[in-house]
Write a protein that binds this ligand. Sequence first.
Ligand code: HEC
Ligand code: HEC
Ligand code: HEC
Ligand code: HEC
Ligand code: HEC
Length: 452
Amino acid sequence: MVKKKFRYDVGILFISAVVLFVTGLGISQGTPQKKNPPFEIDRFIPVETCADCHSEIYEQWENSMHSLSHTDPIYNRVAKFLRQGLIDNDEIEEAESCVKCHTPVGFVSGFPTRLSDDLTKTPEIATRGIQCDYCHSATSVTKMYNNGLVLKPGHGEDDPGIKRGPRDDAQPDFHDAQYSKLHTESGICGTCHNVKHVVFGTDLETTYTEWENSPYNSPDPEKRVTCQGCHMYQRPGIPATGSTERPKNPGAATDYSDERPHIYTHYFVGANVAVPAMFGDEEKSNMARERLKNAATIDVDIDPADKKQIHVTVSNTGAGHSIPTGLGNLRQVWVEIIARDRGGKTTYEKGVLDAGSELPEDAWMFRTVLGDGKGNPVINIAKAREVLSDTRIKAGEQMRQTFDMGFVPRKGTTITARLLYRGAPQKLLKQIPGEPIEPQPVVEMAKAVRTF
Ligand code: HEC
Ligand code: HEC
Ligand code: HEC
Ligand code: HEC
Ligand code: HEC
């Protein structure tokens, strides 16, 4: 079985190489794949129909980042901002490519195929983002990046066709069902959670690859944890990370079918605290906080030989990929250090947000920096011709840094080190024209306190 998996990966690599070569030549940019001609939009079944029977799963999915992938205001405003003012055709191709993942039902049925299409004309069903009938019509994956899902949808509600999932004994009445190994593996997630620049091939997001190289991708079934093994076990109060229990979720897949020992949950919670709350869903925001608080640990020590020095160690104990993952050049994860004397006066600080909610340049940050091909950092992914650095914390690993306070702290001094997360830098959000965007909420992932 392990061997077979290996061969499959090699196959993907080969296909990736060919696709890269072809996109490199500038042949297949932006146009819908010829192999995968557009489907009529009415072949897809609205989420509300699935909700009629799968009501619990629907409620979990609603206001998840998958359900909001098309409407998410942060995505929309950032995407339009990055598109502005580009003149290089290769950069424009990338800046137009977003809808392939963010509005996937629209993309495969012919509208929108580009970001600058009039998105207000998006068919109603496609506005519902990454939805039930999209994932459950998938049959295979052609490449492990930029959404290589191959679909076989049914023909609408009159002839719903086969919905593919993890069960070999499901006997639904409305649609047919089929066991699909693909749905039980990380690859169904990985094909969208690895993002490459469509022309330059630069790695923009590498969540799947990070997981693939992590201890969670173990051949030992006892130790192996897929994306679903964490993200489709979470529910309120149960973060289900690498450092917590991941208890089964007994229940039924519909309002009337038999109980099973575990039903996969569909909250798809990552780290996004801001966006579900914009849609009034505090529960999903809180679940993102719970996930972030069970992802990492931090330690702080004063050097016994040289008391001016403090050592800080952060460990990725809970994530199946780097911290942060996804948009590593946008997400901000950093260490804040504050020393206070006995009277509460601050005597040393590092990584403290300023009055404008901006992070000082010298903060210890975990991130990727993308470059323009000449070694200069760029924030616009459309211009990213290279990855300049990757200082994120890999799954199961730790990083350590020493800070020189410049003085020996007085007795009674308290040193507090916190690992903090927020979705995007204020420096970027501030530049986006139109109604000002509030600074993204800061979440404390871990905290350590030492008294000298
Ligand atoms: C009329 C009720 C009904 C509707 C509507 C419905 N389903 Fe189902 N579905 C079921 C039942 C019953 C099962 C079997 C549950 C079990 O065996 O635990 C099921 C099972 C499934 C499975 C598991 C299949 C497997 O083999 O693992 C998937 C996936 C699924 N449905 C997706 C969908 C999607 C997507 C929609 C909307 C397009 C939908 N269902 C609409 C009743 C329905
Ligand atoms: C061992 C548990 C575990 C596994 C396995 C796992 N994750 Fe995560 N995931 C987490 C935790 C904990 C967080 C919150 C910390 C963070 O953002 O990295 C998270 C966060 C995320 C985020 C939000 C990223 C951010 O920082 O904004 C995404 C997206 C994500 N995971 C996708 C995936 C995908 C796709 C896979 C499989 C390739 C996967 N995860 C596997 C635990 C896991
Ligand atoms: C991002 C893709 C994705 C979306 C969107 C999605 N699902 Fe699923 N679903 C999955 C995967 C993957 C599994 C199986 C997980 C596994 O086996 O590890 C699953 C499992 C299921 C099951 C079987 C549950 C069980 O444990 O028996 C049902 C039923 C189902 N989904 C229905 C739905 C419905 C209804 C919606 C929309 C409200 C939906 N899904 C949206 C990917 C998705
Ligand atoms: C069709 C492409 C696609 C597939 C397939 C897919 N995702 Fe996603 N996923 C996305 C996009 C796009 C977003 C971000 C939407 C946004 O932030 O606007 C996202 C968001 C997420 C988030 C929330 C990230 C955050 O910062 O909070 C998690 C967690 C996640 N996906 C996990 C999964 C898992 C697990 C699977 C496999 C079962 C999966 N995804 C399959 C495209 C996909
Ligand atoms: C191959 C699939 C894919 C494509 C294409 C894609 N994205 Fe995403 N996008 C994702 C995934 C997966 C996430 C979630 C990762 C995370 O949470 O860090 C995401 C999240 C985002 C977010 C974060 C939203 C938030 O609420 O914090 C922004 C912004 C974004 N994408 C912008 C873009 C832009 C702009 C484009 C086109 C230039 C684009 N994406 C193209 C998969 C994709």
